[in-house]
Design a protein around this ligand. Sequence first.
Ligand code: CP
Length: 313
Amino acid sequence: MARYLSYMDHNFISISDLTKEDILSLLQDAAYFEEHPNSRLLEGKVVATLFFEPSTRTRLSFETASNRLGARVIGFSDPASSSTSKGETLKDTIKMVSNYADVIVMRHFLEGAARYASEVTDVPVINAGDGANQHPSQTLLDLYSIWKTQGTLDNLDITMVGDLKYGRTVHSLVQAMSFFSPTFHFVAPALLRMPNGYRDFCRRHNLTFDEQEEFTERTIDSTDILYMTRIQRERFSDPREYEQVKNVYCLKNSMLEGSKPNLRVLHPLPRVNEIAYDVDDNPKAYYFQQAQNGLYARQAIICRMLDIPVGQK
Ligand code: CP
């Protein structure tokens, strides 16, 4: 199996940069790390985590992934504590951090910021979310979660619910699943429907999809993966629009009564009001395990960026 990702420079910017073989190989590595989470594979390496936007899971799981592999971690979780607050440009920040780190994990509020960062440094850049655009490491852990719970990635019925306009995780997931013949149901209010570019992507790749505004048991009952998302308040330019849609959907435990035995409820988290707490004890609720899978997926990503062999293929 090729060790290099199929695009140059070992960056992990968009899930669309990966081939099907890249994805499957990274999932195998994630499975290896689930069995062997602690090792010294990154001994002597420094991982920088630069978070220009808030995060709990992504930053802490990247940092845990690094620590468990023996790397040291530098960085910031709040740009106000960095020289960005004095007016330093992203380019200069990246060039400085490149002097100190072997790999840069960056979350930024601007779409395209991670790609730009990768163009001003030779150090590998991992996109930990760029605005409403992409969140590829989330997608890898989503794929790993789907693969683990369904036993396959092929021919699955996937329902995405909520903010499909600004939700970068659903954008990346649509692209990644295109290799595996999914059927998509996009459930969103008109204001937050899946953007044109991604609907066109589905058409170009002959992916079956439909769109609905209503979120009902009827949709849930036929689906294998129910992917809930938060309404992304921070992306709205008009707060009145957010008020119109903020609590538009809420999954309740009773809505899962007729669902398929293999159904799993995923959510990239954080949730706000879109999954009732009574769902948490349902064995079909998988969002906390999904977040745990992020540790293994991110160990796989960091090692791949640094071209460090993982276990036996
Ligand atoms: N899923 C996710 O990106 O969570 P955080 O914003 O907490 O990192």
